[in-house]
Design a protein around this ligand. Structure first.
Ligand code: SAM
Length: 326
């Protein structure tokens, strides 16, 4: 088991399978981004070796993300191998959904259990502007295919950015009247890729809740306010699904954090909002033994930080979200 120095049990690994993406969301990456050469990214055998080591250390929950995980060559076979790794209990994915119409069934058959989709607006024209190349209809087909393949419960993540998607929250919330989905609203986090966004473009959860309530009526707090992962859950009266609010910027949830990230180039990212990283790929490629790599992982977990330093003006600038893995 891997504990950090604050006594937190860390058992959830988010792996960025690639920094490449088939969309260019305005707050995430520039249109002319250059991706890392393939040789700098973890290869399948390297990912599988690291997953095996993490699983031996008690990491039984894995989320595959990116970049866009579905653009990785051989994704279905890689998922099959990861889900088959002894000690791994849950494998989920975060995706923009663009390729899910054809991938949902094979991924489910390979052992994937659930998907969180990213969708910030239900307006096709605005979606095109926000993602710079996506077709909303394709994403919807992908979500329905995932539902049909049993990759449920479906969760939909919307990053709310002032003057882009803040006016969409009511329409997104309405989705839960028709579908048993969890619609989750996420505060924009200041990263390298989004550094040009001013703090005023962060829309806090309280404001989003206020907008929804003023149009759709009161929200009922669920689970007595206990967090579900990082989301606080509410429900609209008469709806089939839930609403979740993830307020990383306005309220941190460090005490409940169980997670570690592995970047596409094989670095352990100890906290999403801090720059601290531990390189695993370089020692792995230099021939470190499994015991040595396990030791590096345990030492990294031990020094996992507590708390972001956004209030002190410290913004993590060394990487964009697309490289760290959302
Ligand atoms: N391509 C996949 C997707 O679209 O879900 C996985 C990677 S993407 C980086 C993961 C999530 O991070 C998306 O929901 C995206 O909207 C979110 N994201 C990107 N930049 C962000 C930022 N600065 N603050 C908050 N969320 C961000």
């Amino acid at each position: 088991m891997a504990y950090d120095r604050y006594g937190r049990l860390i058992n959830y690994l988010r792996i960025s399978l690639t920094d490449h993406c088939n969309l260019r969301c305005v707050y995430c990456m520039p249109d002319d981004i250059s991706f890392r050469p393939n040789a700098e990214l973890m290869q399948d055998d390297e990912i599988l070796m690291l997953v095996g080591l993490f699983a031996q250390l008690g990491f039984d929950k894995i989320r595959l993300t990116g970049g866009e995980p579905t653009v990785r060559q051989g994704i279905v076979e890689l998922v099959r191998q990861i889900t088959g790794t002894p000690g791994v209990r849950t494998v989920t994915m975060t995706s923009n959904g663009v390729l899910f119409e054809r991938l949902a069934a094979p991924l489910a058959e390979a052992g994937l259990q659930r998907v969180n989709f990213s969708l910030d607006t239900l307006d096709p024209e605005k979606f095109q502007r926000l993602t710079r190349r996506g077709a909303l209809e394709q994403v919807f087909k992908g979500i329905r295919a995932a539902e049909a393949a049993g990759l449920t419960p479906i969760k939909i993540n919307a990053v709310i950015v002032r003057d882009y998607s803040d006016t969409d929250v009511v329409e997104l919330a309405r989705l839960t009247y028709d579908f048993p989905w969890q619609e989750r609203f996420i505060e924009l986090r200041p990263f390298a890729g989004a550094a040009h966004y001013l703090r005023s473009q962060v829309v806090k959860a309280d404001e989003i809740i206020g907008r929804i309530q003023s149009t759709l009526g009161p929200l009922e707090l669920m689970n007595g306010g206990e967090l579900d992962g990082e989301a606080r859950l509410y429900r609209l009266s008469g709806s089939k699904g839930d609403l979740g609010f993830i307020s990383t910027v306005s309220k941190s949830f460090c005490a409940d954090c169980t997670r570690l990230r592995l970047t596409a180039d094989g670095r352990m990212r100890l906290c999403l909002l801090r720059e601290d990283e531990v390189d695993l790929l370089t020692p792995l490629r230099a021939g470190a033994s499994q015991a040595e790599l396990r030791q590096i992982i345990l030492e990294g977990v031990w020094r996992k930080p507590w708390g972001n330093r956004l209030a002190q003006g410290e913004v993590p600038l060394n990487r964009a979200m697309s490289e760290i893995g959302g």
